[in-house]
Design a protein around this ligand. Structure first.
Ligand code: F3S
Length: 73
């Protein structure tokens, strides 16, 4: 008898904002203010915390960024 094991591992990727690329348009904040905020330099930054429940919104913000400043690491 063959034993088949299927293991599903889901790894949540942490969002990062490239401060050099960010234009400060605020699109990511408009899409997901629970994760992104504007800093004193007028650029977006990631709010500290566990955002694993907001993966869909994070991906939406990443895809909407006009300069590709949001990455998942
Ligand atoms: Fe900056 Fe892109 Fe957000 S330009 S403000 S990281 S949508």
């Amino acid at each position: 008898m063959k034993l088949r094991l299927k293991i599903f591992i889901k790894i949540f990727m942490t969002p990062k904002v490239d401060q050099e690329k960010c234009l400060g348009c605020g699109t990511c904040v408009a899409i997901c203010a629970e994760v992104f905020r504007m800093n004193a330099n007028g650029k977006a930054e990631v709010i500290e915390g566990d955002h694993s429940a907001l993966e869909a919104q994070i991906n939406q913000a990443k895809d909407a960024c006009p300069v590709g400043a949001i990455t998942l690491e």
